[in-house]
Design a binder for this molecule. Structure first.
Ligand code: ATP
Length: 300
């Protein structure tokens, strides 16, 4: 099933949450909405899941209009909201039974779709959802969003607040669901997860900066990136920002991603400048750009 948005805008009083957004998700695609907090991702999800009406524009799921045909859409989509999707006072099993019941189905009927995920939390089926770890809550919420066998899955920041191992497992699960023919729209503020999607839309301040495959977005990065390291990170960032030829400086793990304004950049020039600034253990080497670099460049 495909998803299509054309010229969607939505404001909350004076706040323009999304502005003139258009994109299509192909049937069976794993599509990512990538952007920082407040970019407008949740607003887009709420419009597509028929919980919020856009001020302008049109959106369809498998050809069904999100306003006119909301009933048809609600039966065929699964939605895992960022927060508060579970009933904290109900047990694991009660939550799942509840979601199955409201869609007129049973856990047994669609168990094959959730089995991979649910077996991991089944030993805790009598535990209240409020007492689960972040990773377990996430698995239960995903099971609840899948229990009526949706054709399209909407996942709003499913890995926020989840440990790295569970995050990795979660993305492996998404790939398996995709192989079963489910179209997936997922949002994340984590740029490393963007690379796992078929295509991504980079979004900021309610506007789309770019839509393409992760590889294409990275390959369009216009500059050479240097990984710069030194003994004092704080001082290194300050010094790089003050360098007369600086184009951009972003901290990246234990290094700083630096780009230079000049075409004829000499590492030795930068090295001697940083030495004069009193830094030691300086290292400068070229690095491959990643989605985060591309995002920062497009957001400039
Ligand atoms: N009910 C509301 N009333 C007023 N402003 C709102 C409301 N909901 C969202 N906003 C504002 O609209 C903008 C977009 O919010 P939205 O929740 O869609 O972004 P997001 O990318 O999902 O970010 P987050 O991860 O922080 O939820 C933000 O500036 C937010 O403060």
């Amino acid at each position: 099933m495909s998803i299509s948005l054309s010229n969607i805008s939505k404001s909350y009083k004076k706040v323009k949450a999304v502005q003139d957004i258009s994109f299509d998700v192909n049937p069976g695609e794993l599509f990512g909405l990538i952007g920082p907090d407040g970019a407008g991702k949740t607003t887009i999800f709420r419009i597509l899941t028929t919980l919020l009406i856009a001020d302008e524009g049109r959106a369809t799921i498998a050809g069904f209009d999100v306003v006119k045909d909301y009933k048809a859409i609600r039966n065929s989509v699964g939605y895992m909201p960022g927060r508060f999707s579970l009933y904290q006072d109900l047990t694991v099993e009660e939550n799942l039974t509840f979601f199955a019941t409201i869609f007129g189905t049973t856990i047994e009927e669609n168990y094959d779709l959730i089995e991979d995920i649910y077996v991991q939390i089944e030993p805790f089926k009598n535990r209240r959802a409020g007492k689960l770890s972040g990773g377990m809550k996430q698995k239960l919420a995903l099971s609840c969003a899948l229990i009526h066998k949706p054709k399209v899955l909407f996942l709003d920041e499913p890995t926020t607040g989840v440990d790295p191992v569970s995050r990795k497992e979660f993305w492996e699960m998404l790939k398996r669901l995709q192989k079963k023919g489910i179209t997936i729209l997922v949002s994340t503020p984590y740029m490393d997860e963007a690379a796992l999607c078929d295509r991504i839309a980079l979004i900021q301040g309610g506007e789309i900066l770019e839509i393409d495959t992760p590889d294409a977005i990275v390959s369009e990065f216009p500059k050479t990136i240097y990984n710069v390291g030194a003994d004092n990170m704080y001082k290194l960032i300050q010094s790089l920002q003050q360098y007369e030829h600086v184009y951009s400086v972003f901290p990246f793990g234990e290094f700083v991603h630096y780009t230079d304004k000049r075409d004829s950049f000499e590492m030795a020039d930068l090295q001697s400048y940083l030495e004069k600034e009193g830094l030691a253990d300086i290292s400068i080497e070229t690095a491959k750009p990643n989605i985060e670099d591309a995002f920062m460049e497009l957001a400039r």
